[in-house]
Design a protein around this ligand. Structure first.
Ligand SMILES: [Fe+2]
Ligand SMILES: [Fe+2]
Length: 325
């Protein structure tokens, strides 16, 4: 059980930025002097510490809010995006890439929204912002922020393919959830690089990048929390809709969610394993890439559909890499 939330002035042991906003993360309890930090305290401290780096641009938050609002129209979105020329041109580049396979050249944001829908354009805008967070160079021979970004792209593509194949009407949401799922590892990297290197060394890897021991356990030992905890807190801070909280916080354990909340997290779980099995893909946090039959059952994913996706997956990932590079 977590303790009650601390007063705004309380500082968790690892926090160095006491001027951080008091409401960065709910549920952060004050530390008793000398007491080990609780999971909540560690996570709150990390989010406070990195808050100057991990901000999504105001415009991205506006776009998320707008698309989540039932009253929003294509015109509203067009207005916001068109006010930012850099974002507009980035979106048009993506829209015109082979990933979407649209006929002819799309020259305006308005047209892009008409062709792809509000949600897809929102996701492109968020993806463009997220890419900027995956910076920080190489930590070990097996790990760099770029490597993790490549993996995130692959999981996004796999999640979209799964959602399409299952005809859930969730393809855009699944794509973005896949893109974000391991963002907690970036929180760890920005918060305490030395500790993440410790995790990497503890876990170890063979020449193919296959881990030798359990990543989440190593995170718990080094940080006192794992990347799912950090991911949940960041999504909360960004006020992202619940499915993203579930995907970042439960992609290693989707069946621990209530039944009605499992779909996106289960899709991301499967895509994570598909991506982990790709040659050269990041899979430090996956001891095995087997896909649980219980998770397949949860989303009604049969072997025929899974095999079809597995076959097309590597080429789709290559296309998307060209788009999001
Ligand atoms: Fe993960
Ligand atoms: Fe992953």
């Amino acid at each position: 059980m977590s303790q009650p939330a601390g007063s705004p002035s309380s500082v968790a042991p690892a926090a160095s930025n006491s001027a951080a906003p008091a409401n960065a993360v709910a549920g952060a309890a004050p530390a008793k002097p000398g007491a080990p930090a609780t999971r909540e305290q560690v996570v709150a401290a990390a989010i406070r510490e990195i808050s100057h780096i991990a901000t999504l641009p105001e415009i991205t938050l506006k776009i998320v809010e707008l698309v989540e609002s039932p009253k929003s129209t294509a015109q509203d979105l067009n207005k916001i995006i068109s006010a930012d020329p850099a974002l507009s041109s980035r979106i048009l580049k993506v829209v015109n890439s082979s990933f979407y396979g649209l006929p002819g050249q799309i020259a305006s944001i308005n047209r892009a929204i008409v062709m792809l829908g509000l949600n897809a354009v929102k996701n492109i805008a968020i993806a463009a912002s997220l890419a900027k967070l995956f910076r920080g160079g190489e930590l070990t021979a097996n790990f760099s922020a770029k490597h993790l970004w490549g993996h995130s792209n692959a999981v996004a593509v796999g999640s979209k393919m799964l959602a399409d194949s299952l005809r859930l009407g969730l393809a855009d949401e699944a794509f973005l959830a896949g893109l974000m799922h391991d963002i907690g590892i970036m929180v760890e990297m920005q918060f305490d690089r030395a500790k993440l290197i410790e995790v990497l060394q503890k876990v170890g890897a063979d020449s193919k990048g296959v881990p030798m021991s359990d990543w989440l356990k190593a995170e718990e030992e080094c940080f006192g929390a794992n990347h799912q905890d950090f991911g949940i807190a960041l999504c909360d801070k960004w006020r992202f809709p619940k499915p993203f909280v579930y995907a970042t916080g439960f992609h290693h354990r989707p069946l621990e969610l209530p039944n009605e909340a499992r779909t996106i997290a289960s899709i991301v779980y499967v895509a994570d394993r598909l991506a982990g099995a790709l040659e050269g893909g990041f899979r430090q946090d996956l001891l095995v890439t087997d896909i649980g039959a219980d998770v397949c059952e949860q989303i009604k994913l049969d072997q025929v559909k899974l095999d079809a996706i597995r076959k097309l997956f590597p080429d789709e990932v290559k296309n998307a890499n060209a788009m999001l590079a």
